[in-house]
Design a protein around this ligand. Structure first.
Ligand SMILES: C[S@@+](CC[C@H](N)C(=O)[O-])C[C@H]1O[C@@H](n2cnc3c(N)ncnc32)[C@H](O)[C@@H]1O
Length: 298
């Protein structure tokens, strides 16, 4: 994604670890497709302004782990900016075997077509939603993804199978523009409840980013179970303020096992993150002991 700040490297590390855990869990399964859709792909790579280090962006990360996830795994990439598409193709060409399509459309428009054409209702699918700003993602898009669902069972446990989500919630950018263009923010949240929540946090001197995250979580809970929503706060130590949340969202009973493995990894790495100037806070430190007894994804 071209020149980036240090916090972006943090996002890519989290994304890579999460998708590697998913790939490990789905590799053995033969009965479902595994599909990762990166709707805000950029050009596939990242580098510092100095240009002296290059690393994988979300599209390369997604394609790499999909290519290691077994036979029925593929990914779909989308990037609205047409000028990035040639670079995106070049940067992901070693994974061509698993890349089904590369689109250049508004994510909010192409999303339904992708769902209808490429995502069977019984697939294990993950949508990566990583806009720069809240103006680029509407809650109506989350709704259409979540509504692509079917009733299902896992080892006799009923659940509603919906695509999984990885969402970047850009709280810093939202709060910076909270007095202008409120309608964009309302479209992002799918409700104007965020206005009350921010005012209340202002009055009580509590965290405004946390208040926004809470509103978003309530909205997601219309479709996803509370214990299937894992928000991770990424905070810079320099300003001691959250810059964004990465939110991992799922309904499958076994996704909880993936979330739990992921959270364990984050806990182990906390010291390392701090040395790099970041604190990662797990918002839902849920007790998931019962999950440990479930079998691997099968
Ligand atoms: C934060 S960057 C994505 C970075 C990438 N996911 C990564 O981690 O390497 C956001 C990207 O979304 C693109 N974009 C902005 N609005 C969009 C929209 N409505 N639909 C699809 N892409 C959009 C931008 O051009 C930009 O490349």
């Amino acid at each position: 994604m071209g020149e980036v700040g240090k916090h972006t490297q943090m996002k890519h590390r989290l994304l890579g670890v999460y998708l590697s855990i998913c790939a490990r869990n789905v590799r053995s399964q033969k009965s479902h497709d595994f599909i990762v859709v990166d709707l805000y792909a950029n050009d596939g790579v990242s580098y510092w302004p100095s240009g002296d280090e290059l690393w994988e962006g979300s599209a390369q990360i997604a394609a790499k782990w999909v290519s290691r996830a077994g036979e029925r795994a593929f990914c779909i990439l989308n990037e609205k900016d047409e000028t990035l598409i040639d670079k995106l193709k070049e940067n992901t060409k070693k994974y061509n075997k698993v890349i089904k399509e590369i689109f250049s459309e508004d994510a909010n428009t192409i999303c339904q077509d992708i769902l209808d054409e490429y995502i069977p209702l019984d697939a294990h699918s993950i949508f990566i939603l990583d806009p720069y700003k809240h103006t680029e993602l509407k809650f109506s898009t989350i709704k259409s993804i979540a509504n692509h669902c079917k009733e299902d069972q896992y080892h006799g446990v009923p659940f509603i199978r919906r695509p999984e989500l990885i969402i970047n919630l850009p709280t810093f950018t939202i709060l910076k523009s909270k007095t202008q263009n409120q309608q964009f923010i309302t479209d992002f949240f799918g409700t104007d409840e965020w206005i009350k929540a921010v005012k209340k946090a202002e009055k009580n001197k509590t965290s405004q980013p946390e208040a926004l995250m809470k509103v978003y979580k309530t909205q997601l809970q219309r479709f996803y179970p509370a214990d299937g929503i894992v928000p991770i706060e990424i905070r810079t130590l320099e300003y001691n303020a959250p810059i964004y949340y990465l939110v991992f969202v799922a309904t499958h009973p076994l996704a909880k096992k993936i979330h739990s493995t992921f959270e364990d990894w984050i806990r182990k790495k906390r010291g390392e993150f701090r040395k790099e100037g970041f604190a990662l806070k797990l918002i839902a430190e849920a007790k998931r002991k019962q999950i440990k007894s479930l079998d691997d994804w099968a």
